[in-house]
Unconditional design. Structure first.
Lengths: 601, 268, 274
């Protein structure tokens, strides 16, 4: 490996600029760090160069730990956003600077300088001053300067930011060619998605200081794992469907999922579906569908962009088809794109009714598909809306929470998809949470002392495989977006769950990482879980308790036990995930109404 | 409107600045060039000139080193208390020169903290050359730093960071990368510092002891001659100091011309 | 502290604090401690004796008046330099800085001579009954001279920054020239003007060299505070000098804080405009 980053974190004045970034970059690879401004990508790049010291983690260049090596001795080539050329020096002096600093004899310096000028196609510019060059030429001098001392790593910080579109394209090609010719491992930072796609061997997408996903451009585009990456890389329609076995139902059609999640969620669980605009097919209303049908849509907007036509279509929401961005809206908008030939064969006009289908869908592996705030009173509504925890979570996962007034328990069925958020009211919580679970909720977040940001997650699950899988995959979704430690608490006598053979805690950790992509620590305890949690909560660290349950016995007792924990100041919230099937819950709705009404009365 | 405003401005300038300044030359040469030359070549005057040059030769390098160090620390690094530090560096600007002299009397004078000890060791600071240097150091303390800090802050850290990532050490970075970009500001700071060091009156007057031919700098010598009603002598020495001021302004204007900058704001 | 990749922080910050301590802080602390060694009542007594009070009145009053004069004429000069092109403009622009570079003893004897009853200017004023030299008016004149560049150099860039389109907009809305000045330009340059005024005032309070020649130095009438300190020193009254010096030091700090606050105001104004 050429560049290895291990758990890099950097804070500026208490705010995390980079949190917990781990990535390996291969020899000769062209790696692009892509993200919106303020996502921490430049800070990360500067950390690799040694220009910004890191708070935590390790940086290895070619197997050597350089975390404590000064920028001067890291032997990296760095190209700055505004080039940072030495304006009082000629082009040659700029390029030879690194060699001069290394006391390379003048003859060799001149030879190397000539080589580099040829490489960047600036022969004959030796005696010019940077101010006499165009932006693109300055950029190439900066690249040549950074390569002069033959560094083994080249770092480019938004190198094309200040250039106009045409020169930018030229330079992209030029830099890619130079990089291939030299064979140097390169990291480029940009906020431009197209730049990333055209240049990268692999892309790392950053948001809010976290490296969200890493992958080859095509892979990231076709199969993103998070909402952020799905929407940041190109246009995407985000819909909510429902799992049916390993497949996903959208409206009347069941789509096979090509890359199912490692563990199949229970029947009827909400799924977050990505459909790219170019994968949406538009037919005449009533025509035989060529692809799996989604529904009837009305054309609300047409945009001609030259090579493509972009179409905005309005659809009606249903139980198995709704927008993941506005789950409660009766209608939502889908964007489609088609080429000139298709546009000619079926001309569209605004207001026209059409049938649409999808060639391809992609299901996000995330377990948290929507956030529904269940309010039983005015006060609860206010509390839910102002919760920092909910706001942070929703913001980081790119989910807009929806509010549901469930005073009477009516209409509760639809509100129970996704993550249901409730606030505790004295004495009623166990009953309410139990009732919600009984009714079919799969994820319930009960807010307790959520006025501080959560700093750790403690996970406990009932002793069953589905319970554990449900909890760990939810933890995976959370940890992707939060920089906190997660610990899985395993009863000392229960460590054989993952196989017939006895495995130690490290094995559990390994399989959690493999199956759910979640890095949790494991800790065994003896005795009652509630007592152990009480012990854990004595430390004043805002904690989210994540509890996986099944329908087996002991659930009620467990939930009652959890209620006692609410007395602890450090208990920020309790998240209960349930691994129940759909059918069991349908019958339980009247039950819930009774429980809710009892709560209100 | 336009002409009256310009007229008022010029009249005010003439009355308060130009006529008095012109009078210095007029009085200096009122008794002819020979008298002027004679006034300048008396041993006391020559000694005063020598003392002034010597003081500046000691003070200006010290404050230049300080100014460069302070500007580097302040402009290239973030640390808490930076604003307080800048304010403290500015303190001598708003300090009365007399107070600047007074503090050294209180430290090193006969009744001062170190007075008895110094007397025992037979070291004289106050009413001697070291006192003059110290007082001048204090009054001219902020000049170089004050010119360098804004310019270095404006240039940012990119060039230095580039140099370091290219393998340059601290000194190489400073001399080859930073210094060339701030050289005009540095030069400007130095000449201002020099002008004030050579022309300082109040602070030096308090610590000098006014021993003719020994501890009188040029400005002090002007006072002595003036009080003795040797107007030709006083104005002759004053004309030299004025020449220094005019030279300073000429260099300043030249710097502004060379570095192609607008008249600099916040000059003190 | 945010660590940086650049070298030399330890060296430079160490040098800075060492020099600052040795040259500025320790000497100033000596003054504070000397004044502090007096009982408070005695300190108060020395600081408020009639001669001292008279000197404060003169130092403050003259500095205030000089700063006010500079504010008015400095604004006129800055306006002329920024808005008009006239022969000698560059000369005037360069000459404004002369008081910065001119040793105070030189301006002192020059003013004293020129404004003396028989001097170049004094001879015209005497028949009018105006006595400048050896009166408080002379003090004001001297302080006006040394304070002049502060106002001009503060206001000049601010005036250059005033957006011409703002004025045009105001004029297109039917505002007269005076209204445009009062409502558009003046508010924009007020912070700079205030800064210049404060700088000139601060310089005036402590000024010594240019004043003593022209003032006449009559106790209770034309004796500035710095001179009183010198007189006390000459009488070996170190405690008295320290007490008065302490009062002046406090004034210096107050002025520094005021200037800092004004700079903050200016910076906010500047950001607000962008």
């Amino acid at each position: 490996m050429s560049i290895v980053l291990e758990q890099i974190s950097k804070h500026f004045d208490g705010a995390a600029a980079v949190s917990d970034v781990t990535v390996d970059i291969a020899e000769g690879e062209f790696f692009v760090l892509l993200g919106p401004s303020g996502s921490g990508k430049s800070t990360l790049l500067r950390a690799i160069a040694g220009l910004t010291p890191i708070d935590h983690g390790r940086i290895l260049l070619h197997g050597q730990d350089v975390s404590d090596v000064s920028a001067r001795d890291r032997e990296v080539g760095f190209v700055f956003q505004n080039y940072a050329l030495f304006r009082h020096m000629t082009v040659a002096d700029n390029i030879e600077f690194a060699l001069r600093a290394r006391r390379v004899p003048a003859r060799n310096r001149r030879r190397r300088c000539a080589e580099l000028l040829e490489l960047v196609a600036l022969e004959g510019f030796e005696r010019r001053l940077p101010t006499e060059l165009s932006g693109g030429q300055q950029q190439r001098v900066a690249v040549a300067r950074a390569l002069a001392h033959e560094p083994r790593v080249l770092l480019l910080d938004e190198p094309f930011g200040a250039l106009d579109a045409k020169i930018r394209e030229e330079l992209r090609r030029a830099i890619r060619t130079i990089q291939r010719a030299v064979g140097i491992t390169t990291i480029l930072v940009t906020h431009d998605q197209e730049e990333a796609f055209t240049m990268a061997d692999r892309i790392g997408v950053m948001d809010r200081g976290r490296l969200q996903e890493v992958g080859e451009p095509r892979e990231l585009y076709a199969r993103p794992k998070t909402r952020f990456v799905a929407t940041f890389l190109g246009a995407a329609n985000l819909l909510l469907g429902r799992y049916e076995g390993g497949d996903v139902r959208i409206s009347d059609s069941v789509f096979p999922t090509l890359h199912p999640t490692p563990t199949v969620p229970a029947q009827g669980t909400e799924a977050t579906v990505v459909i790219r605009p170019e994968d949406i097919l538009i037919h005449r209303a009533g025509a035989a569908p060529e692809a799996l049908r989604i529904g009837t849509a009305k054309v609300t907007g047409l945009e001609f962009t030259g090579s493509q036509e972009r179409i905005r279509l309005s659809l009606k929401s249903s139980d198995t088809l709704t927008s993941a961005l506005t789950p409660d809206a009766p209608e939502f908008i889908v964007e489609a794109a088609r080429g000139a030939r298709e546009a000619e064969s079926l001309p569209l006009s605004v207001g026209q009714i059409t049938a649409i289908g999808a060639k391809r869908i992609h299901v996000l592996p995330t377990r948290i598909s929507s956030v529904r705030l269940l309010a039983t009173s005015e006060a609860a509504e206010k509390r839910l809306k102002s919760s920092i925890l909910v706001r942070d979570l929703a913001e980081r996962m790119n989910i807009a929470p929806t509010l549901h007034r469930v005073d009477g328990g009516h209409g509760i069925e639809r509100s129970l998809s996704g993550l249901s958020v409730v606030v505790p009211e004295q004495g009623r919580d166990p009953r309410r949470v139990a009732a919600l679970l009984h009714t079919g909720a799969r994820q319930i977040l009960a807010l307790v002392h959520d006025d501080r940001p959560v700093e750790r997650i403690l996970i406990y699950t009932q002793p069953s495989r589905p319970a554990r899988d449900g909890a760990l995959s939810t933890a995976g979704s959370l940890l992707r977006h939060m920089s906190v430690d997660a610990t899985l608490l395993v009863p000392a006598d229960e460590r054989i769950l993952y196989g017939r053979r006895y495995r130690d805690l490290l094995d559990i950790r390994q399989s959690a990482l493999r199956l759910h992509g979640v890095d949790v620590r494991t800790e065994s305890f003896r005795g009652d879980i509630i007592d152990h949690l009480k012990h854990c909560l004595e430390a004043d660290i805002p904690t989210l308790l994540l509890v996986g349950v099944t329908s087996t016995t002991g659930r009620r007792a467990l939930i009652r036990g959890l209620t006692e924990l609410a007395a602890h100041r450090s208990c920020a919230a309790v998240l209960v995930t349930s691994a129940r099937s759909e059918t069991e819950s349908r019958e339980a709705v009247p039950d819930f109404r009774r429980a809710m009404l009892a709560g209100v009365a | 409107m336009r002409f009256s405003l310009i007229g008022i401005s010029l009249a005010f300038l003439a009355l308060i600045l130009l006529i008095p300044v012109a009078s210095v030359l007029a009085y200096a040469f009122s008794s002819g060039f020979d008298a002027y030359w004679q006034a300048l070549s008396t041993p006391d005057t020559v000694s005063a000139i020598r003392l002034t040059l010597l003081t500046a030769a000691v003070v200006v390098p010290i404050n230049t080193v300080f100014g460069v160090a302070a500007a580097w620390a302040i402009a290239k690094f973030d640390f808490s208390g930076k604003q307080v530090l800048i304010t403290l560096i500015d303190l001598p600007f708003s300090l009365s020169p007399v107070v600047a002299g007074l503090v050294f009397i209180l430290l090193f004078g006969a009744q001062g903290w170190f007075g008895p000890w110094l007397e025992q060791k037979d070291i004289s600071i106050v009413f001697a050359f070291p006192g003059i240097v110290l007082a001048t150091l204090l009054v001219t303390f902020p000049y170089v730093a004050r010119e360098l800090i804004p310019v270095m802050q404006m240039h940012g850290r990119d060039a230095e960071e580039a140099a370091v990532s290219l393998g340059a050490g601290g000194w190489t970075t400073f001399f080859r990368v930073t210094l060339p970009t701030v050289r005009w500001a540095l030069l400007y700071g130095i000449i201002l510092c020099n002008a004030r060091a050579m022309g300082e009156f109040g602070a030096v007057s308090v610590v000098s002891g006014h021993i003719r031919g020994q501890t009188t700098t040029m400005p002090l010598h002007v006072e002595i001659l003036y009080n003795e009603y040797d107007l030709t002598g006083a104005f002759a020495v004053a004309s030299l100091l004025m020449l220094l001021a005019v030279l300073t302004l000429v260099i300043k204007t030249a710097i502004e011309f060379v570095s192609a900058r607008q008249p600099r704001p916040g000059v003190r | 502290m945010r660590p940086s990749a650049l070298p030399g922080f330890g060296l430079t910050i160490g040098t800075t604090f060492a020099f600052l301590g040795l040259i500025v802080l320790i000497p100033v602390a000596a003054l504070v401690l000397k004044a502090g060694s007096l009982p408070l009542s005695q300190l108060w007594q020395i600081a408020t004796e009639p001669r001292a009070l008279a000197s404060y009145r003169l130092s403050f009053g003259a500095a205030l008046l000089a700063a006010a004069l500079n504010a008015v004429f400095g604004l006129a000069i800055a306006w002329s330099l920024v808005r008009y092109r006239f022969p000698g403009r560059r000369f005037v622009d360069a000459v404004i800085d002369l008081p910065f570079a001119l040793p105070t003893a030189v301006s002192g004897i020059a003013l004293a001579t020129v404004f003396a009853p028989k001097g170049w200017i004094g001879q015209w004023l005497e028949p009018l009954g105006i006595q400048v030299a050896y009166s408080w008016v002379g003090v004001v004149v001297a302080l006006t001279l040394v304070g002049l560049p502060f106002v001009v150099r503060s206001v000049q860039p601010a005036l250059e920054d005033v957006d011409a389109s703002l004025e045009e907009a105001a004029e297109s809305l039917g505002a007269g020239r005076w209204t445009v000045f009062r409502r558009v330009i003046l508010p924009a340059i007020t912070p700079a003007l205030a800064t210049g005024f404060t700088l000139a005032f601060a310089r005036g309070i402590g000024e010594y060299g240019s004043v003593i020649f022209i003032a006449g130095n009559l106790p209770m009438r034309t004796e500035i505070t710095p001179l009183l300190i010198v007189i006390k020193l000459e009488q070996y009254d170190y405690l008295g000098a320290a007490a008065l010096g302490f009062v002046m030091l406090c004034m210096s700090f107050a002025m520094l804080l005021a200037i800092n606050a004004l700079n903050g105001w200016r910076a906010r104004r500047h950001r607000g405009r962008k």
